[in-house]
Design a protein around this ligand. Structure first.
Ligand SMILES: [Zn+2]
Length: 252
């Protein structure tokens, strides 16, 4: 894999304007100083050695609003094998003795309707919020957010096409089959690469999805514990959750 100027120039537009890097606080606790914005082009030496697909990562400290409380987490963005494949990791690193603890990890599939617009048709937002809460409280907690996993990997447009079929009575599995798409098209290579890059090869995984455990283990991540994400069903997502349990082997 080549990290030449041309290659970096070709992909740098993807991160420009999105990533901030506070030079004074990157390795120290966050301050209230204004954040200086600049492009970061940082080859991933660890990933390079493993010959993985990740080309680039960038890092900043990100203050987030967690239930009205300001929490500052380390944020890393990763550029994967193509423009479409990008990810963000929010990290709550342990210090001192806690640094050696097995990290608690959530690998979250992006969902525009749920995560952004708070749709009640799925359980994504509830899972994201539960995971963020846990990770903010757990030293060595990591949330890996994968926007390219939208609609279990088929993208936003096809997801809404499948929703339209669900409006006519099909369940989420049959709707995907009807539009000629896989039931689950998600790939976890980039998530595994990120965990390798962070040095988190042995983890506790927050998930209800056995397929996710299998995919990460196949990519060389040891999962020593599964931490369930408990979501209370609502009127609009009861059928969806039941389908995930019956037809996709989710532990719900
Ligand atoms: Zn969703």
């Amino acid at each position: 894999m080549v990290y030449g100027g041309a290659r970096l120039a070709s992909i740098s537009h993807l991160v420009k304007g999105v990533l901030c890097y506070n030079m004074s606080t990157a390795a120290t606790p966050p301050s209230k100083e204004p954040v200086k914005t600049e492009e970061i082009e940082m080859p991933l030496t660890g990933v390079q050695e493993k010959k993985l697909d990740t080309d680039l990562s960038a890092r900043t400290m990100l203050p987030i609003d967690l239930d009205g409380r300001e929490v500052v987490l380390e944020a890393r963005a990763y550029q994967g094998k193509d423009e479409h494949t990008q990810a963000m990791a929010l990290i709550n690193r342990g210090q001192g003795k806690e640094a050696g603890e097995i990290p608690l990890v959530r690998v979250h599939s992006g969902c525009v309707t749920g995560d952004i617009f708070h749709s009640l048709r799925c359980d994504c937002r509830a899972q994201l919020e539960a995971a963020l809460q846990r990770i903010a409280q757990t030293p060595n907690g990591v949330l890996i957010y994968l926007p390219f996993h939208e609609g279990r990997g088929i993208g936003l447009f096809k997801k809404i096409k499948a929703y339209a079929l669900q409006d006519q009575g099909l369940d989420t599995v049959d709707a995907n089959i009807e539009i000629g798409e896989p039931i689950d098209a998600r790939e976890y290579e980039l998530a595994a690469e990120i965990l390798h890059d962070l040095g988190f090869e042995k983890i506790r995984l927050m998930t209800n999805n056995p397929a996710k455990i299998e995919a990460l283990e196949e990519a060389g991540i040891a999962i020593v514990d599964r931490v369930p994400v408990v979501v209370r069903p609502g009127m609009h997502n009861e059928h969806y959750l039941d389908t995930k349990r019956r037809r996709m082997a989710h532990k719900l």
